[in-house]
Each structure stands twice: as C-alpha cells, then as structure tokens.
Design a protein around this ligand. Structure first.
Ligand code: BYC
Length: 472
C-alpha cells in the first residue's frame, strides 16, 4: 500500500486502476494541467534537466528518490498517507464518531469551499514565481525553486483528486476553475490576498517561502485533523513535502542575513549596498511586509466560519489530538487582541469563533523561532541588531485591524503619522530597485551571487558545485 505505482499514467496509491470513472475524469484533467504548467510554470526552463526528488512511497523513511527530470515530465500523482485503522473524529459535534470516508451530505458545500481555497493557493504560488529562474543566485537555489514549484503542482493534484473523487460534477467544474484563475489577474484573481501579490525577486521569494508557506503548514495541519478522512490523509502527506519549502525560506533568508553580516564586518559599515549586499534594515522592511500579508491568510480574528468548520468536524486546531480539553469548546474562552477606540487591548472571547486567532498564535510562535535563529547569526558576528516580527496589527487588510494604521511596535497611528513613517517600515521603491539591481543570474556550478552566502551543504549529499540544473 505504501508503494506508488509508477507504471500508471497517473502515479497513485489510491487504487485508481479500479475506479474507471475517476480515472477518466483525472485523465481528462491531466492534459489541461500540463497546458497550464507549460503556460504558467517556470518560464524558460521547461526543457532543462533538473535534479529533483520524486515521491516513491508514503513511508516516513525513504519516501523520495532523486534524479534528473525535465519538469513537464515530472510524475505528478496522487499520494495519501496510510489510513489509520479505526480512526475517529476527534473534535466538534461529531467527536467520537468514525471518520467519514464519504462527504457528509449536509457539509458538502462548506467542505468543497475549504478544499477549493486550499487548492487555489498551489497553482497561484507557481504563477507568482514563474519568472524567478532567470535571476537565480545559484544553480542550487534554482533547483530548490523548481522543487518547490513541482511540489506545489502536486499539491494541486491532491486537491483535484478530492474534488473529482468525492464531489461529482461540481467537483470537476471546480477542478477546471483552479486552472483558469490567475494570480494577480483583475478579472479572475486567485482567492486569497497573498496569492495575488507579486514575487518579483529572490528576497521576496525567500520571505514568501518562510512566511506564506508556513501559513500552508498551519492550515494543512488543521485540515489534517479533519473528520473527512481522505482530506486528512492527503494533507498529512502534503505536510511531508511542505517541510522542504519552509527550509528553503528559512535558510534562504538566513543566508542573506549571513552575507550582510560578513560584509558589515569586512568593511566595517552598516551600509553593505556598495559591496553588493542587502542591509539588515531593508531586510526588516521585507520581513514586515511578508509577515503582515501572511497573517491575513488566517482570516478574521472572530469568525463564524472558523467556528462552523470546527463544530462540523471539518478543520481542527493545530495538533488537535494532543490537546487536553473537551475538543468541543462550547464554553471555553480564548484571549484575542482587539481595538478599544485607538488602543489595542486583549479580551476573553468565546473560543469557537476565535479559532483563526488561535491558529495565528501558533503560527506567530513558529515564525518567532525562525527569527530567533536569524538573530543568532547576527549575534555570532558580534553585530548589535535584531530582526523583529512587527505587531500582529501592523499593516493588516483582513480582520479587526484592517481599518487602522498601527506601528510595528503596536501603537495606533493617525494617517499623517503613518504616511510620515511608512517608508521606514515597508519596502520602498528605492529598496525594490536596489534588490532588483542585484538580481543577476549566477549559473556557474558552485558560484553564488554577491548578496547571499552559500549554504553549508548541497542537496541529497551532493557537493555545492554539483550541476543541479543542466542548462546546456
Ligand atoms: N484574502 O471569517 P473569515 C498554502 C475571506 S497557504 C482574501 O475572515 P475564514 C500555500 C474568506 O474566504 C494555506 N479573502 O475567514 C502557501 C471568507 O470568504 P467567503 C491555504 C479572505 O473563512 C504557499 C471571508 O473573507 N489554505 O497552502 O474563517 C504556497 C470571511 O472570512 C482572506 C487555507 O487557507 C484573505 N487573506 O478563514 C503554496 C485553508 N481571509 O467564504 C500554498 C482553507 C479571509 O465568505 N481555508 N478571506 O466568501 C480556510 O480555512 C479559510 O478559508 C481561511 C479564511 C482561513 C482562509
């Protein structure tokens, strides 16, 4: 069961060969996916061989193998984590009942919406990143970008499988629509805000994979608790792949920090720009932007949707089964930050509608751990500077703080104060122009652009000067 059948047109461990209706639906969708990939996938590299990992089983150990692949020939497939025998729903109104193997009729619409929202982010991120190849800081980074891209493509397959297998005709229509919306398109945008922003350069990309892919981790973790067992199993396997995406973000930003520190020490200056680096204050502005956009992805602080998803047993908390409470939360409360006039205050709110905020809190703590690791690098260089996560109310577009201006320290500001200061807090046009000017491709094996330190080791035990992408 753990093995994946690669002799089939669509590799899978869901017994596709025995389900002809589903097989036909997916085989019909496959060429449309490939058309989308060719149009919207990594620009300029479709014919190049890249050293990629492909899932070969869903075991915790040894689930992937590495080899050269041209991206359009990547074996996108459908892989679910092993079933847990006798699994029961662990939260909400149906707590204790056997996990659903079919969609519960009364929750069909809500569940479909959740799956579509999740699915929509996957192709969106590929679209956002499609022009990055031509400015890669190294072949190592180029390969990591393409690894992330093909896996986001596979995550789209994961959601399309659920739609086609369990939602009949409207599921198939949603599968088509996932290939028709476009990141940033005025008429057919992607569903969630962050996925319509541009990822114009590699600094933005590393910030995106650190902050926005981490939202993916927390949302997938909530869906992995779902009472709808096929969703739970597919999300559990997606999380295995997701870990690499966050590795790319954390080490990517970490290497930019390291390079800035090296240049600061070497040239005894805070201004590393003349030496081809990205200075720490600019890095902080990029961090502020990506963090705020990613906080928005958790939805409103007080949300009846979130309460319903939970009560219905569709989306749980992070590590739901490890929590020691009644898993129904009807009388529980949760501390939520809100506004009282022009002051930020905390209040006890009913726990159920506060579940978005609770997941956001788990996420913030995780982000902080990453920022602490970057700050350790700065400290090790003897530099007196710390990167900081801005206040959760800073620069928000969704939820309680969408209509106020708040400083990174958490002070509510007048519009005039905001206008006077925002260039210190968010990437300026000058910053963007500087970062853009650094984006020159470095494609010689083992070489790295001026603004980023090499990683400590290569991919899968290969040396740093390995030919991770064959450009010839
Ligand atoms: N932008 O009660 P509310 C990933 C909508 S990332 C635009 O506040 P709710 C990945 C919301 O849809 C993980 N619209 O929020 C990362 C709702 O609209 P409807 C993606 C937004 O519903 C990197 C209305 O506002 N997965 O995997 O409690 C690379 C009121 O909603 C936004 C998921 O998100 C926004 N930021 O929670 C690749 C999991 N926020 O329905 C991949 C599935 C809210 O009234 N989604 N709205 O028309 C969910 O669990 C929930 O839909 C949300 C929102 C957490 C997103």
């Amino acid at each position: 069961m753990a093995g994946i059948d690669y002799t089939e047109r669509i590799p899978n461990n869901v017994g596709l060969a025995e389900n002809l209706r589903l097989q036909r639906a997916l085989e019909d969708w496959q060429p449309k996916f490939l058309d989308w990939w060719r149009d919207m996938g990594p620009h300029g590299y479709q014919a190049k061989e890249t050293y990629l990992r492909t899932a070969v089983s869903v075991d915790a150990q040894g689930w992937a193998q590495f080899g050269y692949v041209r991206m359009p020939e990547y074996r996108w497939g459908i892989f679910l984590a092993e079933p847990e025998p006798g699994r029961r729903i662990s939260f909400g109104d149906h707590k204790g009942a056997p996990a659903w193997q079919e969609v519960p009729g009364k929750y069909r619409g809500v569940l479909r919406r959740l799956i579509v929202t999740q699915g929509d982010t996957e192709p969106a991120s590929v679209e956002q990143q499609r022009h990055l190849g031509r400015t890669c800081p190294s072949l190592y980074d180029l390969r990591n970008l393409f690894q992330v891209n093909v896996e986001e493509g596979r995550h789209l397959w994961a959601m399309v499988y659920l739609l086609d297998a369990y939602f009949g005709r409207d599921g198939r229509e949603e599968s088509e629509a996932l290939l028709q919306r476009r990141s940033g398109d005025r008429d057919k945008p992607r569903i969630l805000g962050a996925f319509n922003e541009k990822t114009p350069d590699w600094l933005s990309y590393f910030m995106f994979t650190f902050f926005t892919d981490r939202d993916g981790k927390y949302q997938l973790a909530g869906l992995a608790e779902s009472g709808f067992d096929p969703l739970s199993r597919t999300c559990r396997f997606m999380l295995t792949e997701e870990a690499h995406h966050m590795f790319v973000g954390e080490t990517g930003v970490g290497r930019v920090v390291q390079r800035a520190c090296e240049l600061m020490r070497q040239h005894k200056t805070d201004d590393v720009r003349p030496h081809g680096g990205i200075d720490l204050r600019m890095l902080q502005r990029y961090l502020n932007f990506h963090y705020a956009v990613s906080l928005d992805l958790f939805g409103s602080e007080i949300s009846t949707n979130a309460a319903n998803f939970y009560t219905m047993g569709l989306k749980g908390r992070f590590e739901e089964t490890k929590k020691d409470d009644d898993h129904q939360l009807k009388t529980a409360t949760y501390t939520v930050t809100g506004l009282d006039g022009d002051r930020l205050v905390t209040r006890e709110e009913p726990a159920l509608p506060s579940l978005n905020e609770r997941l956001r809190d788990d996420y913030i703590a995780d982000c902080q751990r990453g920022v602490d690791r970057w700050n350790r690098v700065i400290k090790e260089h003897g530099i007196d500077f710390q990167l900081r996560l801005p206040h959760r109310a800073f620069q928000r577009a969704i939820g309680l703080f969408a209509d106020v201006r708040v400083s990174p320290e958490g002070r509510v500001l007048s519009q005039a104060e905001w206008e006077a200061k925002k260039h210190e807090w968010l990437p300026t046009e000058e910053d963007q122009a500087w970062v853009e000017s650094l984006m020159r491709p470095e494609t010689e094996p083992g070489k790295f652009a001026s603004w980023i330190a090499p990683p400590p080791r290569g991919v899968n035990g290969q040396p740093l000067d390995f030919e991770y992408v064959r450009l010839a």
